[in-house]
Write a protein that binds this ligand. Structure first.
Ligand SMILES: NC(=O)c1ccc[n+]([C@@H]2O[C@H](COP(=O)([O-])OP(=O)(O)OC[C@H]3O[C@@H](n4cnc5c(N)ncnc54)[C@H](OP(=O)(O)O)[C@@H]3O)[C@@H](O)[C@H]2O)c1
Length: 249
């Protein structure tokens, strides 16, 4: 039986929460089917209920990805958990999948953005993934199968008005994914850049000019993104681009 450990950063709402629920629902194991994967799924975000120092599968754990002391707590927990997991024979055959679903929107004309909000935006949307990957790097490289999925955006392909910061951070995430893929090729780590069109999540709540009825539903997007965890071994999917029926809104 395959064992999978799924890590979802930004599991408090929207796509991250949708993924957490999707994996929880999928985790009904038929004891007669030896091919079914056992999935442990761990969420992380500010509103998590679980403690960052005591991980429970199926739980969202409290972790502000922009705070250095909380990143340090995550490092300690990751190291402790890894040394426990490594006691299990065949640990290196566990499949690890990391989803980066944390992020916020910053939508204003360039002249109205102040430095602090630009820094906060980049800290969450770009730097936090880099910090977490530095911590998880050894573990991900040791496994016979690891994947990293970035929730990128149409805003990493095109520019939009009042979106300089958002488009810049999303283009940067796309650059991070492309480089990481080359850097970790030697260890066979799959790095998937998922360019997402509009999906009906709370990130759109302050933008009434866009109708959620024109968007991909959260359930459909979560189901689709969860499928990326189950690629055949020899398939390396670099990029995927999805939009709602209307295309780019
Ligand atoms: N929805 C779309 O149309 C769309 C399209 C393309 C790309 N995306 C990208 O998908 C990602 C998820 O967005 P979403 O649409 O699901 O929006 P969302 O519902 O606003 O989700 C944002 C997530 O980030 C977490 N988060 C925010 N600040 C955090 C912090 N400091 N530390 C840890 N976690 C934090 C939130 O949880 P807490 O509040 O609990 O911290 C929440 O889980 C974003 O990167 C977004 O750019 C979305």
């Amino acid at each position: 039986m395959k064992h999978r450990k799924i890590f979802i950063f930004g599991a408090g709402s929207g796509l991250g929460e949708g993924l957490l629920l999707e994996f929880q629902q999928r985790n009904h194991i038929d004891p007669k089917d030896s091919s079914v994967a056992v999935v442990d799924v761990y969420g992380f975000s500010r509103s998590g209920k679980g403690s960052i120092s005591n991980w429970q599968s199926g739980t969202n754990h409290r972790f502000d990805l922009t705070l250095e002391d909380e990143i340090e707590s995550f490092r300690k927990s990751w190291e402790t958990q890894c040394s426990e997991w490594k006691q299990n024979p065949g640990w290196e055959h566990t499949q690890i999948i990391v989803y980066f679903a944390q992020g916020d929107g910053l939508f204003s004309p360039l002249e109205e953005l102040n430095l602090l909000e630009i820094q906060k935006h980049f800290s969450l949307n770009l730097f936090s993934s880099m910090r977490v990957l530095q911590i998880m790097s050894d573990g991900l490289k040791q496994m016979s199968s690891s994947s990293v999925v970035f929730l990128s955006s149409t805003a990493a392909k095109f520019g939009f008005p009042n979106s300089t910061a958002y488009c810049a951070s999303k283009h940067a995430v796309s650059g991070l994914a492309k480089s990481l893929r080359e850097e970790w090729k030697l260890w066979g780590v799959k790095v998937i850049n998922a360019y997402l069109g509009a999906i009906a999540t709370p990130i759109w709540d302050d933008r009434p000019e866009f109708s959620k009825s024109d968007m991909v539903t959260l359930e459909d997007a979560s189901r689709f993104l969860a499928e990326l965890s189950d690629l055949p071994d020899s398939v390396y999917l670099d990029e995927v681009y999805i939009t709602p029926k209307k295309g780019v809104l």
